[in-house]
Design a protein around this ligand. Structure first.
Ligand SMILES: *[C@@H]1O[C@H](CO)[C@@H](O)[C@H](O)[C@H]1NC(C)=O
Length: 221
């Protein structure tokens, strides 16, 4: 904890303007502490960079994530979409009890799922947070694979951080993404057949339903 993390941080105010689910305009002011060395790089070399726009296609595979960790520190990594309005937030990735910044040493509670913002819902923010734990924590959340929506709908980073007394994030970064033609493929991956009674109020077969973005009540991820 002697490491001068704060010297490397800077405080920015980000204003994101985007079109919401039903065409309305939202302006969101968000405060973050960012660290210069919180790097998120996708296998195709796309980098997350303080609100740059990436495509769902380019973020479909799990990225490499590194931050300025204390080697003996224990960390939680969260990636979430706060703009998944109809489900009040969506959890994309959750890894806990990470030693240093070696993500493979941590326990995956929710496998990585890329971005799937439905057509016509504009840009969503996909935010990565790193929290420093005070030590090992026995998390009670069930495991969620990359084909499961379990535990992901309605996820609140704030509530999770409060529940485990994680305090404020020590690192953060985010990108924006809007619909592209990878989105229907992603939706089918993790909620095949569930959409009819779970989230999407539509009356088609699951495979068609998933691409019926004009319906009110679509899941926004
Ligand atoms: C889902 O996770 C498994 C490992 O658990 C991995 O092999 C597979 O590539 C992942 N699928 C996608 C589409 O990311």
């Amino acid at each position: 904890s002697d490491k001068p993390l704060k010297k490397k941080s800077f405080f920015v105010k980000v204003t994101v303007v985007f079109f919401g689910p039903f065409g309305s305009l939202f302006v969101i002011n968000t405060h973050f502490f960012f660290y210069f060395d919180f790097q998120i790089v996708y296998p195709n070399n796309s980098k997350v960079s303080l609100g740059n726009e990436l495509t769902p296609t380019s973020v479909k595979d799990e990225p490499t994530v590194t931050w300025d960790a204390e080697p003996a520190g224990t960390y939680t990594l969260i990636m979430s979409d706060p703009d998944a309005a109809s489900v009040k937030g969506f959890l994309h990735w959750l890894v806990v009890n990470i030693q240093g910044s070696d993500i493979h040493s941590g326990k995956v509670l929710a496998e990585y799922i890329g971005s799937g913002p439905p057509l016509g819902t504009g840009l969503h923010r996909y935010i990565f947070y790193v929290f420093k734990q005070t030590g090992y924590i026995d998390f009670t959340e069930p495991y969620s694979s990359n084909t499961s929506a379990e535990g992901r709908l309605g996820f609140s980073t704030q509530n999770f951080a409060d529940k485990y007394k994680l305090g404020s994030p020590v690192a953060g970064n985010f990108y924006l993404a809007q619909y592209d033609n990878y989105v229907p493929i992603l939706h089918r991956q993790f909620m095949p057949g569930r959409c009819i009674n779970l989230v999407l109020k539509c009356h088609f077969l699951p495979s068609q339903c998933i691409t019926s973005h004009e319906e009110k009540g679509n899941v926004l991820i």
